[in-house]
Design a protein around this ligand. Structure first.
Ligand code: NAD
Ligand code: AKB
Length: 313
């Protein structure tokens, strides 16, 4: 049983990852940590520690004194928020990564998961079925931080044998916790309006196709990648993970099959330029070939599950 820490555990991915890791490894083995004062109710069944990933000494002391062996480093500013605070986004998204990579280099941590994003790609990348290896000129501070992070992960693996593993998550769709400031957030927000029975104003234009994935698939991919034998993990920058691809219009049409009166209108804002610089769809062949990845949720299943599970207050 490895002792595990999830940093950024109160976020959209963190809550669901902590729940699944505790099912797999035991509640007491998985520490949830976040900068937030309060531990969310969904993960209050196990250990929780308030911590700031930027506080290098505090993190080092916690990980070393608790003999933590696996780190899932999720704390970051996402694409839309990062554009509003580029200096801070760069600091947060990079400094924590070095703290954890160094702990592994020194032999304290045995395995690291650090998420990248489809944001590593940019306007000069081929947009359809984007390959694993291709032109990557990200135009957002978020994308630049993810691309730099990928390079450092691969460097620490090659140079210091650090067992770091990563996925380029697409936009993630979930109902247990809300998304935290990304460009793909519309694909979660829409379900709350649909369930409330009010029109949804989308901040992206109707034909903006983006790669997306249901959270259950993303959590499974994360746990599968971390459990894969070392020799199967051939990519140490980050694996393409595509899931499915749809536009706001296609999503609204699928929702209307369940709720025929649902209405959507479009008022693109600054996030449109971010979305336009990202791929429409992703080729995930390497993940399929190396560690047998396969997603299970298609658009129909996502819409049915979200409409069933989303709770409005
Ligand atoms: P989120 O914003 O929902 O959660 C991030 C969490 O980190 C929050 O709970 C926040 O309180 C915490 N945090 C912020 N600053 C911190 C600090 N200084 N110290 C400790 N914790 C801090 O984000 P998420 O959607 O869960 O994303 C997690 C990771 O996955 C990020 O690295 C993100 O870039 C990546 N990712 C997410 C998506 C997605 O669609 N959700 C897609 C691609 C990549
Ligand atoms: C965002 O929109 O910023 C994230 C991501 C795809 O990285 N959801």
């Amino acid at each position: 049983m490895p002792k595990i820490i999830v940093i950024g555990a109160c976020g959209q991915i963190g809550i669901e990852l902590v729940i699944e890791l505790r099912k797999k490894y035991g509640v007491t083995e998985v520490f949830a940590t976040d900068i937030k004062d309060e531990c969310p109710a969904l993960i209050a069944n196990g250990p929780y520690q308030k911590m700031d990933i930027i506080d290098r000494e505090d993190i080092r002391e916690f990980i070393i004194s608790n003999s933590i062996q696996e780190v899932y480093l999720l704390a970051a500013l996402l694409s839309a928020t990062a554009e509003r605070k580029p200096d801070f986004a760069w600091k947060l998204n990079m400094e924590g990564l070095f703290t954890i990579l160094d702990l592994a280099k020194e032999g304290y941590v045995k395995k690291i998961f650090w998420p990248s994003s489809i944001a590593v790609f940019g306007p000069t990348t081929p947009l359809d079925n984007t390959p694993q290896y291709t032109v990557m000129e990200p135009s957002t501070v978020y994308g630049i931080s993810k691309q730099a992070g990928e390079r450092w992960c691969e460097y620490y693996f090659n140079r210091f044998n650090v067992d770091v593993r990563s996925l380029r998550y697409p936009g993630l769709i979930s109902y247990k916790s809300l998304p935290g400031g990304g460009t793909t957030d519309y694909a979660v927000d829409i379900f709350y309006k649909a369930k409330e029975g009010v029109p949804f104003t989308c901040f992206l234009s109707e034909n903006t196709a983006l790669p997306m994935m249901f959270m259950d698939d993303a959590i499974k991919a994360t746990i599968d990648l971390m459990a894969a034998p070392t020799e199967k993990v051939k990519i140490r920058s980050s694996y393409n993970l595509g899931g499915i691809s749809f536009t706001p219009k296609e999503l609204a049409e699928e929702i209307r099959k369940e709720l025929p009166n649902f209405n959507i209108n479009y008022e693109p804002d600054f996030r449109q330029a971010i979305a336009d610089s990202w791929p429409n769809s992703i080729d995930e062949t390497h993940a399929q070939n190396d560690w047998n990845w396969k997603h299970t949720f298609d658009l129909k299943a996502i819409v049915k599950t979200m409409l069933d599970k989303v709770k409005i207050s």
